[in-house]
Design a protein around this ligand. Sequence first.
Ligand code: TXA
Ligand code: MG
Length: 342
Amino acid sequence: MKHSAGSPAPSAEIVQAAAILASGGLVAFPTETVYGLGADAEDPAAVARIYQAKGRPNDHPVIVHLAPGADLDYWSSDIPPAARQLVAAFWPGPLTLILKRNAHIPDAVSGGQDTVGLRCPSHPVAIALLSAFKGGKGGVAAPSANKFGNVSPTTAQHVRDEFGDEPLLGAVLDGGASQVGIESTILDLSRLDTRGPVLLRPGHISAQQIADVIGLLPGQPDAAAPRASGTLESHYAPHTPVLMLERAQLADSLARLQAKGKRVALIVHTLAAPAGPHVTLPATPAGYAYGLYAALREMDQSGADLILVETPPQDAEWLGVNDRLRRAVFGSSGMMEALLRS
Ligand code: TXA
Ligand code: MG
């Protein structure tokens, strides 16, 4: 396999993973946000295997991951200058851009929409894989490497926990714990002329950081915005019900639930850790995001009847964290009352 002068030769594991992708197989790989479940974006049958393995509806679009320096014009058309400014500022990094797609992009990738989501991840293992695959000229379609609706994986072990010995999964690359811990910011630039930039999913790169580069503050999605499955109300959810409570109410609710014989797991960030299953996350947005999904998984497996989460601050820097927590909580409303009654 050819590699450009200056970059180190890919490891045997990377060469093999790139070959699996090239033959239509699936490879789970680390990114700085979460682990992805990858397939050749230009091979509709390979992309269909992602949907099959995830149990995900096949009309949902997937993000195409590109190597550093990839040719944007190969994948998309009518690229606005703002897109190139953002690529220069934030790639490789946790920002996905929704652009008009070129005709040769399979419907399987775009979910039949006229757009394509593109992102260049910064994790060195992801970069090595993307650079080895088709000599750095390919695209790897990859949603998060979890079953549809579940919490996204931030370690290789999480991926193995999700898929076990799924025969469709050709390899799991281990790159340690994902540094960002929540999925990339998704910015829609496909309707810039009429709607301006639209923030489809908040993440580590904030609306303000985007505005600082392109001079326009991203707006909120409207009914005509491209569909995004990560924006379904119920997503990123553990199997155990999750409730958020303000610090002041937490101790009292915990006592009432425990008096009823309920097993309660806690995720806190300022409250002193009580006895029983709990995770104390850092009280900073980046530290909290880094640990959030692992904490939800761990508390989900603790055997508790309910996971109580101390409500994080509501400031702008906490938008990504609060967005994921709101979705994890969705569907558990009324649970507290039910548990106290039973
Ligand atoms: O951080 C991330 O973005 C991770 C890592 C693996 O890169 N990927 C990820 O993929 O979160 P997924 O499939 O779990 O979420 C991708 C989101 C979905 O909500 C999908 O609908 C949206 O991106 N998306 C992808 N292409 C799109 C398009 N053309 N138009 C609108 N939304 C799109
Ligand atoms: Mg996902």
